[in-house]
Design a binder for this molecule. Structure first.
Ligand SMILES: *Cc1c(COP(=O)(O)O)cnc(C)c1O
Length: 231
């Protein structure tokens, strides 16, 4: 994509975040824009970085590692937001700052064991299958308390919050319900685990960002509206 368009898009997404925050009385500084760069070349990340963007999200591990190798000169905060097989956990433990899609204790244990000693704990969000879809990853709300307690006890992970990808809904009013539900689950977790820094709701994509912000999102994951439609 044209460099100018990426930076223009970044600016207009940032404006949308500010407008959404104003209209619901939130501080725009409380919402982090995560640029989802899956399928995009390293050059597009470099362009967005030059435009001021620091947080980038990747779904496919090998693709992410290849791009990271090209971008070692940039101080990027890397977020893993895709499905992870347990035999690939070491790459995430070694090369990412955040992991949004944790939904299995086995993988959590491996990530904690494999996190290199020189790095801060890996920040993690637990993925919740908020609409109970057969095809989607994530734990059910019923499974959440046990997984959260077990993850919170692992030394090299920092449990920060929850992530969800709701089923698509066209109308903003309908989009809010699953986000409000996820926010409620985070409130319950805060009561359950008062010692944990549970400050993160990773929710909202290009099509439902405003609804997510109205419902308390602290990280919005935006791909299409920054980098254009994926091929
Ligand atoms: C691709 C992806 C996004 C970005 O989606 P857009 O609709 O392109 O903004 C966000 N979150 C996850 C988990 C994704 O896989």
């Amino acid at each position: 994509m044209r460099k100018g368009s990426i930076v223009e898009n970044l600016n207009s997404v940032t404006e949308r975040i500010i407008t959404a925050c104003r209209s619901c009385g939130r501080d725009p500084a409380a919402v982090t824009l995560l640029a989802v760069s899956k399928t995009r070349p390293a050059e597009d990340i470099r362009t967005a970085f030059a435009g001021g963007q620091r947080d980038f999200g990747e779904n496919y591990l090998q693709e992410a590692l290849d791009k990271q190798a090209e971008l070692t000169d940039l101080n990027i905060v890397w977020h893993f937001i895709g499905p992870l097989q347990s035999n690939k956990s070491r790459d995430v433990a070694e090369h990412f700052d955040w992991m949004h899609t944790l939904d299995r204790l086995k993988i959590a244990r491996r990530l904690s064991e494999q996190r290199p000693q020189g790095l801060p704990p890996l920040k993690v969000c637990l993925q919740v299958n908020i609409d109970g879809e057969d095809t989607k990853s994530g734990v059910t709300p019923e499974q959440l308390p046990a997984l959260a307690a077990a993850v919170a006890a692992l030394p090299n992970l920092e449990l920060r919050g929850l992530m969800a990808i709701p089923a698509p809904r066209a109308v903003t009013e309908d989009q809010r319900a699953p986000f409000v539900q996820l926010a409620g689950l985070l409130d319950e977790l805060r009561r359950q685990l008062p010692e944990q820094p549970l400050d993160t709701l990773s929710m909202g994509m290009s099509g439902d960002m405003e609804a997510a912000i109205f419902s308390g999102a602290t990280i919005v994951r935006i791909g299409t509206d920054i980098f254009g439609r994926r091929g």
